[in-house]
Design a protein. Structure first.
Length: 377
């Protein structure tokens, strides 16, 4: 049986998030093909080493040109017709829609779409949704109505996303299935005992965007440092100069020079930075099921995150961390201060995080379930 995956990119879409799935499918005897927009010869070779065949295709992942999208969908359908897969599994926002349509045009027998999160247009800020976002939600809803009509299953990672999307699109809810986390190779993120010496370290890992909660994290850090000046705040993540809601380079320089945060720039050893910290913080406005939180939990770290879709699934409030309201830097700072003043709770919550990760995030348990969904077993 041939299974074809349609991703938006090779990294992280395939080589980080789907590596174990590709390996599992190949070892299980399936012929695996994987489509991405940005292959290099190096990433193609990496895919081949996983036992799969890389396939180039074209799609303007952020564009709004319907003529270009139709041409790309038709071209992809021609590729699929030549490859003749039995199953097409497409994920990310645009690929899940247009990949499903292309698979339908190509006559692929089974079509599975996955939305790993509703994304930017469905993420409110402190003032709600802008007029532009409401328009984009309408457009996205129309596209989902058309594209997912031809899917046999539409997978989600949290229960809020299918409910919210159903308010914007006409969808057959019988096709919906909430998978939960896509999982981790827990061997790559083993439990690591927390250092009991030195100041408490909080760590934030995400792109430096408003919707990821970077401004609330910085504001909370300022509040905490007024009482406990030796507390350390780590930030790992890249700037996005094209995003008007992103932290700017000058703002980043200011908080570094002010001594609010430690910013090492690009790092390849993210797990080591987590292991050398005490508490993981993600004050995001909305997620699918955040991988960074899963990694921190597997390593055994307490988590402070927001009570919003995707994030609330990772934390049992008061058990392995705390849930705080979105946009509320004061509430975030209060939980940080509590953990500084009750450091025994940091270890207890970190141990609970590790327990939850072992129960719920093991990719070796999740991939057989996902495979059964793909082939309709």
């Amino acid at each position: 049986m041939k299974i074809l995956l349609i991703s938006q990119n090779a990294t992280p879409g395939l080589l980080i998030f789907r590596k174990e799935l590709i390996q599992y499918l190949a070892v299980s005897g399936f012929s695996v093909y994987v489509c991405a927009l940005d292959y290099t010869e190096t990433s193609k070779q990496a895919i081949r080493k996983l036992g799969a065949t890389p396939v180039d295709y074209s799609l303007n992942k952020a564009g709004m040109n319907p003529i270009r999208d139709l041409k790309d969908t038709w071209a992809l359908s021609r590729e699929l017709k030549e490859l003749q897969p039995d199953v097409v599994f497409s994920f990310f926002v645009k690929p899940s829609i247009y990949g499903t349509l292309a698979a339908t045009l190509a006559g692929v027998p089974r079509r599975i779409a996955m939305l790993e999160g509703l994304g930017y247009v469905h993420t409110a800020n402190s003032n709600g949704y802008s007029a532009k976002k409401r328009l984009l939600q309408f457009v996205h809803g129309c596209l989902c109505t058309v594209g997912y009509a031809f899917a046999h299953k539409v997978l989600f990672l949290n229960p809020d996303d299918p409910r919210d999307l159903s308010n914007k699109a006409l969808l057959n809810r019988k096709k919906f299935q909430v998978l939960g986390p896509i999982g981790l190779d827990l061997n790559a993120f083993p439990y690591q005992a927390m250092s009991s010496s030195g100041p408490v370290r909080f760590i934030f890992i995400a792109r430096l965007l408003a919707e990821k909660g970077i401004f609330e994290y910085l504001a909370a850090a300022r509040i905490v440092k007024k009482q406990y000046s030796d507390t350390e705040f780590i930030v790992l993540g890249g700037l996005d100069p094209d995003n008007p809601a992103a932290l700017t380079s000058s703002q980043l320089d200011d908080v570094i020079n002010e001594g609010i945060i430690i910013y090492p720039g690009h790092v390849s050893n993210v797990s080591e930075w987590i292991a050398n910290s005490h508490v993981f913080v993600l004050p995001s406005y909305r997620e699918g099921y955040p991988r960074s939180t899963q990694e921190a939990m597997a390593i055994g770290r307490a988590v402070i995150t927001t009570d919003v879709p995707g994030c609330r699934e990772t934390v049992k409030d008061g058990v392995n961390g705390f849930l705080v309201p979105p946009f509320d830097s004061k509430a975030l700072a209060e939980k940080m201060l509590y953990l500084i003043e009750h450091q025994e709770e940091i270890k207890r919550m970190g141990d609970e995080s590790n327990r939850i990760a072992k129960e719920s995030f093991d990719v070796n348990k999740i991939n057989p379930i996902l495979t059964d969904i793909l082939i309709g077993r």
